[in-house]
Design a protein around this ligand. Structure first.
Ligand code: NAP
Length: 489
């Protein structure tokens, strides 16, 4: 898919530059100096976001002229933005990622020379490719009863295809041979399972790359035990959030962890770390993460030579023992500006030992934007789950619902509490709460419940019990679109 960038009349790529909060202006200025010294044809359009904007009373933390700039440039290099601590305010970072549908979060980590960690010498060099907009982080939450909260985990086939194709394309661009997909599909068969199934089907289009599924908890275990076995890990949003912080720690911490947020329209490059306010203005923090984020940005806009020169400059500086406070402590540490100067002096100097990959431009996946991405030829509603709030003993609740739906198009199949069937009793010793799911299946084996029949069921149950939500039980092309409760036959 063609890269969308804004090229100025003088032939430079325009980039929206957001200095950000806390240590942001220091590290972003370091990256800017290095990019300019490397001779990259970049022109900056500086814009604000974060704390200063919240203070002006703009609740999103992102003013309109920043949005307009990004709509024009399509490429952003940004510093960290503080999230105000208070009730109801949204993170300006999340706002930016969502506004521009940057669906893929790419977080590479590699072993750095001179940065001692328990993994030094093992050759850790991997990329986490995390889905960035779906999953539990869509933030759709409800209090179901006064004491029970719910968060919806939404995973789409389209979203899964985008991130999985991006992961394989990252592997190709970086000359990597193996891709893992980390999910919890063994438990969440429909949501996490969607990612796994999509991975298995898309992998067939990339026969040159070894594709392996791994259960995410084992992935965390293997990452600590033998991280060098991984090259690219594709994963869902929350899994990726956790795994990518773990992988940052393998190579020396947040000062060394860059990231790219990739969308079909816009790409946002930033360090993984936050605004580290206690270090603001002290000229002591490590600018490597933002400098390497700028390297990712340069590759994105096709400035491969400048990107390589900067990466070599960073590795050579580290090999020469120029290390910031986070690596060596206060004594003998290079300041932020001294480290930046060192990188500039060593631009394009090949490191003596550290390996540098050959990169090809990343081919952005081209996935259809159809909202109804998956089409079926046959569908029917085979039942309905009615969620009710009740303090009754489950035997009484079950019998009551059975009576209420007598003579209707459905019958009660079971009542469950937090995923475990408890009525009719299976002998489960469950500590119930006041949140139950009543599964009501249609009596006719091959019928299709109408809207009126579903409403009739809800009205009948609602006559005696407080319901808080209803889910239709769909069958798509003969396959059930719902899972069974623990203990349900
Ligand atoms: P943080 O700013 O990442 O800082 C946590 C710790 O990480 C620092 O105290 C420091 O460790 C280390 N660190 C971070 N950046 C470093 C660097 N460049 N060089 C060396 N060490 C570095 O996390 P936080 O304190 O949880 O968050 C602060 C603010 O940033 C919050 O408002 C948060 O919402 C925001 N945030 C923004 C983003 C973003 O914009 N993408 C991301 C994360 C957090 P030591 O204390 O051990 O020296």
């Amino acid at each position: 898919m063609e890269r969308k960038v804004h090229v100025t009349p003088s032939g430079r790529t325009l980039v929206t530059l957001i200095p950000g909060d806390g240590i942001g202006p220091e590290v972003v200025s370091a990256a800017r100096r290095v990019v300019e010294a490397a001779g990259a044809k970049i022109e900056w359009e500086e814009r604000a976001a974060g704390a200063s904007v919240f203070k002006q009373g703009i609740a999103s933390g992102v003013p309109q002229d920043t949005i307009e700039s990004i709509r024009k440039t399509r490429v952003v290099l940004k510093g960290p933005l503080e999230t105000p601590v208070g009730f109801g305010e949204k993170s300006a970072n999340v706002t930016l990622r969502k506004l521009f549908e940057t669906y893929g979060n790419i977080r590479p980590v590699r072993e750095f020379p001179g940065v001692r960690t328990p993994y030094s010498g093992r050759g850790v060099d991997l990329v986490v490719v995390r889905e960035n907009v779906e999953d539990l982080y869509a933030g759709i939450e409800h209090m179901e009863t006064p004491g029970v909260a719910q968060c919806l985990k939404l995973i789409s086939r389209k979203g899964s295809e985008k991130i999985i194709r991006l992961g394989f394309e990252v592997a190709l661009a970086e000359g990597r041979k193996r891709v893992h997909c980390a999910t919890k599909a063994n438990i969440m068969k429909l949501t996490e399972g969607m990612m796994k199934r999509t991975f298995e089907s898309v992998a067939k289009e990339y026969p040159q790359i070894e594709a392996q599924h791994i259960i995410v908890d084992n992935c965390a275990h293997q990452l600590v035990k033998k991280p060098e076995q991984f090259e690219v890990i594709i994963t869902t949003n929350m899994n990726g959030d956790i795994l990518s912080d773990l992988t940052s720690a393998l190579i020396g911490g947040l000062g060394f962890a860059p990231s790219a947020n990739i969308g079909a329209e816009v790409a946002i490059f930033e360090a993984v770390h936050g605004s580290a306010p206690k270090y603001a203005g002290k000229n002591s923090i490590n600018p490597t993460a933002v400098i390497l984020s700028a390297v990712l940005m340069l590759r994105h806009v096709g400035e491969m030579a400048a990107a390589a020169a900067i990466e070599q400059g960073v590795l050579s500086s580290l090999e020469d023992g120029i290390l910031t406070r986070d690596v060596v402590g206060d004594t003998g540490a290079a300041s932020t500006t001294a480290f930046t100067d060192a990188v500039i002096q060593r631009l394009g100097r090949k490191p003596k030992h550290a390996k540098v990959r050959d990169y090809r431009p990343l081919n952005l996946p081209n996935v259809s934007s159809d909202p109804d991405f998956v089409k079926v030829s046959k569908r029917r509603v085979v039942g309905v789950d009615v969620f009710v709030e009740s303090a009754l003993p489950v035997e009484r609740l079950g019998k009551s619902v059975e009576d209420l739906v007598k003579g209707s198009s459905v019958e009660l199949k079971m009542v469950e509490s937090r995923g475990t069937k408890i009525y009719p009793s299976t002998g489960a010793m469950t500590d119930t709460v006041d949140h139950y799911r009543c599964r009501l299946m249609q009596r006719a084996a091959d019928g299709d419940l109408s809207e009126a029949q579903v409403l009739d069921v809800v009205t009948r149950v609602g006559a005696k019990h407080r319901w808080m939500h209803v889910e239709k039980l769909n069958e798509f092309d003969g396959a059930p679109g719902f899972t069974k409760a623990q203990g349900e036959d």
